[in-house]
Design a protein around this ligand. Structure first.
Ligand code: OAD
Length: 254
């Protein structure tokens, strides 16, 4: 085990590995914590630099965008640049490999950074959208940017209207297909893994609750206690980039 994983976690790791190795369908929900080791700040980390003093809840809303689209776009361009420069870490890679080792794995992510796909995961359910795509505010569809529109705001190539990032803002609905597939996985899985999420934001946090209500194993990976911690078993306390590769290795030995 690496030094980042407490020795006391050894038994829990063995138990988690045995449970996952025996699973028919593993449902994994990831949050900002899995990308923290790729250098992307989590949501509930204080913002730094230019954006210190702002809260994501004040920037990631339709109201904020309608009030000052240039300001909200500047925040998203800053975040896009972080995402473009980031690389998938050992946690993302281990989950992509895990999908090849179990009969069925459904990966639901609250992250908008696309790092799971860049690590090799397929059929990722993007619960909160993808920050690298643009959506037409008027037409509500993923859209190309107009090349010749003037002004400093991105405009839709087909209708000339304002573009927004294709992410879910506070108060907005989860994309219907993502919601249906994620619910179905939580209803069907025999192991649920919650990785690097505070379990504070619904409806994503409700997926673990579905699994708990069905009495299936719910494993949590997070260096800090969350809303889910007292209900999950086992809890693997440590960074996802250290825990997941060790778990994968132990699963290989089961
Ligand atoms: P948060 O920022 O709320 O929580 C990040 C979690 O990651 C915390 O529980 C940390 O303890 C944990 N963490 C930090 N470093 C970690 C590491 N190396 N390995 C594993 N875990 C680590 O992020 P989310 O729970 O993902 O929604 O936030 C959920 C949603 O709230 C986001 O998708 C976003 C935000 O508002 C929307 O934008 C709609």
């Amino acid at each position: 085990m690496t030094s980042e994983i407490p020795a006391s976690a050894h038994l829990s790791m063995q138990r988690a590995a045995g449970t996952v190795a025996a699973a028919r369908h593993v449902c994994v929900l990831t949050g900002a914590g899995i990308s923290a080791e790729s250098g992307i700040p989590t949501f509930r980390d204080a913002l730094t630099g230019l954006w210190a003093g702002f809260r994501p809840e004040e920037l990631a809303t339709l109201d904020a965008f309608e009030r000052d689209p240039a300001f909200v776009w500047r925040w998203y361009e800053w975040r896009r640049e972080l995402v473009r420069q980031a690389r998938p870490n050992a946690g993302h890679l281990a989950l992509a490999e895990l999908a090849r080792r179990v009969p069925r794995l459904t990966l639901v992510t609250q992250n908008v950074d696309g790092l799971h796909q860049r690590a090799g995961s397929v059929d990722v359910i993007e619960y909160h959208g993808n920050i690298l795509r643009d959506r037409c505010l008027a037409e509500q569809i993923v859209a190309e940017r107009s090349r010749d529109a003037g002004g400093d705001l991105p405009r839709c190539a087909s209708c000339g209207g304002l573009l927004r990032p294709d992410v879910v803002w506070f108060g907005e609905m989860i994309p219907a297909v993502a919601m249906r597939l994620a619910d179905a996985a939580a209803e069907d899985c025999d192991v649920f893994m919650s990785v690097g999420t505070s379990s504070l934001v619904y409806p994503a946090a409700g997926l673990a609750e579905i699994a708990l209500s069905r009495g299936v194993a719910v494993i949590e990976i997070n260096p800090n206690p969350t809303e889910l911690t007292t209900h999950a078993d086992p809890v693997l306390a440590g960074p996802a980039g250290a825990i997941l590769p060790v778990l994968l290795d132990l699963i290989g030995r089961n």
